[in-house]
Design a protein around this ligand. Structure first.
Ligand code: PLP
Length: 302
């Protein structure tokens, strides 16, 4: 079966998925999205991802197109139809389609699109050597806490990274402090072994991987701090890494060409990566167990 997508109530071949030319997502980037990682056919951290989706919608006064339980059913059905083992489910909700007018239309139904993507395991070289980041000015709006589909600044800086041969671009505020990557949260490890990541505010997207890793760090008893750090502090740090639903915990070994620490992936970084992978395996096992005993919230196994 060709890859399937879900568009406004219908499952259809991915290539045939389409929305109206006056969809406000297309015309104004008037919408939000979520990327939920899938491991061993199971959605990881589904509840926090859906909490964040609902929060983003509330902040923009866009209605939920369907109930949360229905979103979960659609995601599971797509995983099933697409035989998705490892990868992601992408959800996008826009305010809907209406004659082009900046103010909210009076009568509009939100557009819901869901797709999946199979992802290969991370290349061994990335984990062996770590990745490079460049630093760039953060030119985004002041509501980066909303997971808006308005991603043009993120696109531009990611392209700058690609052209510089780097994996990611760390955006930097007016005070020289790193906010986050184009699609990842930024972390360093200080000389005394403290894992540092910027505090959640309207300056960053509060990554679900960031939040889950903080839980893992707390449970393991490692030191951590949620505070801003400068580019200079990052370049002098012992270790650095990034987190996201698709990168998990990825070691950063060069910042603007400067080696971080000894230029190799850090020991704490790699320990945290392993513990995060174990955390995901635990989530998948728990969800499978709940589905087997029929106690899964939706009652549908993936
Ligand atoms: N920051 C930005 C700007 C992002 O776009 C993303 C993910 O898309 C993240 C951080 C990481 O968030 P998560 O861990 O929920 O994938």
């Amino acid at each position: 079966m060709p890859r399937q997508a879900y568009v406004n109530g219908r499952y259809l071949p991915h290539r045939q998925g389409a929305v109206h030319i006056e969809d406000r997502g297309f015309q104004f980037a008037d919408g939000v999205y979520e990327v939920v990682p899938v491991r061993e056919r199971i959605l990881i951290d589904e509840e926090p991802h859906l909490d964040r989706l609902e929060r983003s919608l509330r902040e923009l006064r866009i209605a939920m197109p369907v109930q949360r339980a229905t979103l979960k059913l659609i995601a599971r059905e797509l995983i099933r139809r697409n035989d998705l083992s490892n990868g992601l489910v992408y959800m996008q909700i826009t305010r809907g389609s209406a004659p082009r007018e900046h103010a909210f239309p009076a009568h509009v139904s939100p557009t819901l699109v869901m797709t999946t993507r199979q992802l290969k395991p991370h290349r061994e070289a990335l984990l062996r050597d770590g990745v490079a980041v460049i630093t760039v000015p953060d030119i985004r709006w002041r509501r980066c806490d909303i997971k808006s589909i308005g991603l043009l600044p993120n696109v531009l800086v990611k392209q700058a990274a690609a052209e510089a041969g780097a994996y990611e671009a760390w955006q930097v505020d007016d005070q020289g402090r790193v906010t986050e990557g184009s699609s990842t949260n930024a972390w360093i490890v200080t000389e005394d072994g403290t894992a540092v990541t910027r505090d959640a505010s309207q300056a960053i997207l509060n990554g679900i991987t960031r939040l889950s890793l903080l839980k893992v760090i707390r449970a393991a008893g490692y030191g951590f701090a949620e505070r801003p750090f400068t580019v200079a502090e990052a370049k002098a740090a012992r270790e650095a890494f990034i987190t996201s639903s698709t990168s998990y915990v990825m070691p950063v070994t060069r910042i603007d060409g400067v080696p971080v620490g000894d230029g190799r992936p850090g020991a704490l970084t790699m320990a945290l990566r392993q513990q995060y992978v174990d955390y995901m395996a635990g989530c998948a096992a728990a969800e499978r167990g709940a589905a087997a005993t029929g106690s899964a919230e939706t009652g549908v196994g993936a």
